[in-house]
Write a protein that binds this ligand. Structure first.
Ligand code: ADP
Ligand code: NA
Length: 318
């Protein structure tokens, strides 16, 4: 059976964008692959956040992964599988500062911070370790991660050439044209768990919050008697709302005004989130169960990754 790997960083509250673009496809992936889904808690340390904030984000994200139905996967926390950091170090010994300095995401993120943690610079190497340890045939990633997967392939190939064949080079697969949900307040940027809250719907937002955020969503910059239609360039906000509506199982057939559109989107989103929120409430009441699931997952990960790490250690002469 093919292996599928996906990691989510607990850098904020999971959003509707994460659900439609990542979690729903991850759930469907369980039927056709042996899925390893991880919480990349180490990646969350590349930028400053308090221990309390991190702990809360990890707890919420763990229960949410179960609540959206990823219970037929191996769920784990990256920090509970030490092979990730150990292999990352071995890969740092073949990666170069030149190639890491060329990573667009590093350049962009480091520009926004006054001091830059070393881990932000080496993050793509840890990501390479995350992937290579599981030898997945395919790594479905969005455009923003393409350069990092290419780096993973470069580093793996260099390791293999220098020390002997240890790693399978992952193929980059473009995920099926999944919904790309845009920020409600600023519809030319994507909705993000680390972005501003006003334009982002968290999976745990109660119905009245969802209603308020959608009511305030940007539709047109120049209002006027303009029909409700999709036009990504001229009407990014309306297009986004229409796409959210369809992705959440609603229909715009009877929608003729922006008010009706917003009300239909609200109903569809609230209905989409309701079962997730109900399961989340049960799981949040039983943190020991959630922890047990993730610990069982990590134990399987330690087993699966041990031979790969051992081969890498032996290859370099350790
Ligand atoms: P975020 O920007 O919310 O922190 P990440 O960049 O960590 O999200 O990506 C986590 C996963 O969620 C990825 O698979 C990514 O493609 C998906 N994703 C993130 N934001 C969106 C969005 N706005 N629309 C669709 N998919 C998204
Ligand atoms: Na992000």
């Amino acid at each position: 059976m093919t292996r599928r790997l996906s990691l989510l960083t607990p850098s904020g509250r999971l959003t509707l964008g994460n659900l439609l673009g990542a979690l729903r496809p991850m759930r469907d992936g369980q039927d056709t692959a042996d899925c390893f889904y991880g919480i990349s808690d180490l990646h969350a340390l590349t930028t400053p956040r308090s221990p309390e904030t991190l702990r809360a984000a990890i707890a919420e994200q763990s229960a949410l992964l179960l609540a959206v139905g990823l219970d037929r996967s191996t769920l784990f926390r990256q920090s509970r599988v030490p092979a990730h950091t150990e292999l990352s170090y071995l890969l740092e010994c073949v990666a170069t500062t030149g190639e890491l300095g060329r990573m667009i995401q590093f350049k962009e993120k480091s520009r926004r911070h006054e001091t830059v943690r070393c881990s932000l610079f080496t993050y793509p190497v840890l990501m390479a370790a995350d992937i290579l340890l599981y030898q997945p045939e395919q790594v479905p990633v969005g455009d923003d991660q393409r350069q990092h997967i290419e780096l993973t392939r470069d580093v793996a190939l260099r390791f293999n050439t220098t020390y002997g064949e240890v790693f399978t080079l992952p193929e980059i697969t473009v995920p099926p044209a999944g919904a790309r949900v845009m920020d409600l307040a600023e519809p030319t940027r994507k909705m993000s768990k680390s972005g501003p809250e006003a334009g982002s719907i968290a999976l745990l937002d109660p119905p009245d919050v969802v209603r308020r955020k959608i009511a305030r969503a940007v539709t047109d910059s120049d209002p006027g008697p303009d029909p409700v239609r999709a036009d990504r360039d001229a009407k990014p906000g309306v297009t986004n709302l229409l796409e959210i509506l369809t992705a959440c199982g609603g229909s715009a057939d009877d929608v003729t005004t922006y008010g009706a559109l917003k009300s239909a989107v609200t109903d569809a989103v609230v209905a989409e989130l309701a079962p997730i929120q109900a399961r989340y409430a049960d799981l949040a009441a039983d943190p020991a169960y959630v922890q047990e699931v993730f610990e069982r997952g990590a134990a399987r990960c330690r087993e699966v990754t041990a031979p790969v790490l051992a081969a890498a250690r032996a290859a370099v002469g350790l």
